[in-house]
Design a protein. Structure first.
Length: 416
């Protein structure tokens, strides 16, 4: 075996296949118009996916070896390639088809950047990698009669279903899937977010039912993440607990502070209207959660009889999500199944930018390792659904901006 093949085989053996197969099943169901693996039996799906992903890994490592001057640097990329594959497996294995001519690896390329992985060599050629990967897929399908038969059968089933969907489409009204109870979901969201939570305050003398819509005042924000002066002992403890990766030196802190002070101040709603990916920072009580709730209620206030002018809001409390990390798409579906909002419908709306993800309380994930994994999931999600707004909130203390900034998120700090 060639060295690249050996390295790829070792990498494939280290992958969490249980996680990948789960994501393949979920994603294949959502991408029924392209991915055929959903129609395979579980053992055959795993075998076929491993074959496709190994081919991708071999071509990736071959391109890396060709473009890396020092071969000693290549092993440093192996763990990062494994992380990429575990996030991008559906986009890689989805090209296993009987008629693959070209493979589009642009979503995979965006995930590499979005996950905050080390920069690849300057002349690393993703287009050539995609071309070689498509060629390998064609060779694999031609050389394996059983696999070719499975793919052709799955393709025939898929085409039959598409014909039926085309027939159904003629009778479908514009907007969400007919199975999605938009009116019911809108009422559910209204009841959940319309009132301010005043229970922590002494409210014996007045009615606790205060409408957010009636009292919300839009804040101003500075378009930057601040550099805060914290005692060294506090910084040391935050670093030990995994809240911050390193302590900034004086020069780095001063540079961040100068950048922050020179950044523009704008109404937060204007900032969010200009940027689909944003992290809203603020101290406790600055109104981060109330801002997200206002965005949700603004959608609720839209006239149901008119066409949607704002994206469908999907709210996730990140502290709760950290206890049940099943993937942001699947988790979003789980809270809305009562109203018929399934992952397929949500996937389509996210691709079109017709749904928005509101992620509240990143700082409420106290385990630094888990918080880092959730940030990776957020960046991968944003890389896949490039048209969908994604807004994250967090307290300032302990927040590190690099990974989300590298994934295209802007930062806006409330309270100035």
């Amino acid at each position: 075996m060639e060295p690249v093949t050996i390295a790829a085989s070792a990498l494939i053996a280290s992958i969490d296949w249980k996680k990948i197969l789960k994501s393949l099943a979920t994603d294949a169901a959502a991408k029924g118009t392209r991915c055929l693996l959903e129609r395979f039996k579980q053992d055959e799906r795993e075998k076929a996916a491993k074959q496709a992903i190994q081919l991708f890994a071999e071509e990736f490592l071959a391109e890396l070896e060709d473009k890396t001057p020092l071969s000693s640097a290549i092993p440093g990329y192996h763990d990062q390639l494994r992380r990429l594959i575990e996030h991008a497996a559906p986009d890689i294995a989805g090209w296993l088809q009987p008629d693959t001519k070209d493979a589009d690896l642009a979503p995979v390329e965006r995930m590499w950047s979005g996950l905050g992985l080390d920069p690849l060599p300057e002349d690393f050629d993703w287009t050539l990698l995609a071309k070689n990967y498509a060629r390998d897929i064609r060779k694999l399908v031609k050389s394996d009669p059983f696999l070719r038969e499975q793919l052709n059968t799955a393709l025939l089933e898929q085409q039959t279903e598409l014909q039926q969907k085309s027939t159904d489409l003629l009778a479908r009204m514009a907007g969400p899937d007919p199975g999605f109870d938009l009116t019911g979901y809108r009422e559910y969201v209204r009841k959940k977010f319309a009132l301010l939570q005043l229970s922590p305050m002494h409210t014996s003398m007045y009615d606790r039912r205060v409408s957010l819509w009636s009292v919300f005042v839009s804040q101003s924000a500075r378009e930057s993440a601040p550099a805060r002066n914290l005692p060294r002992e506090v910084l040391r403890r935050l670093r030990q607990e995994g809240h911050i990766p390193k302590e900034l030196n004086d020069a780095e802190t001063e540079q961040l502070r100068a950048s922050y002070q020179s950044s523009p101040v704008s109404p937060i709603l204007d900032i969010l209207s200009r940027n689909s990916l944003a992290v809203v920072l603020g101290d406790p009580g600055s109104g981060k959660s109330s801002l997200l709730k206002f965005l949700v209620m603004r959608w609720v206030a839209d006239d149901l009889s008119s066409a949607d002018t704002r994206p469908l809001p999907i709210w996730i409390d990140l502290k709760e999500y950290a206890q049940d990390r099943r993937g942001l798409l699947e988790y979003s579906e789980s809270g809305c199944t009562t109203y018929g909002l399934n992952s397929g419908t949500l996937h389509e709306r996210l691709l079109e930018g017709a749904a928005a993800l509101y992620l509240d309380g990143l700082d409420e994930i106290f385990d630094g390792r888990i918080r880092g994994l959730v940030v990776e999931e957020i960046t991968a999600f944003a890389s896949r659904y490039t048209q969908a707004p994604v807004i994250v909130t967090s307290r300032i203390v302990g927040y590190q901006s690099d990974q989300l900034r590298n994934a295209g998120f802007i930062h806006a700090t409330l309270g100035l």
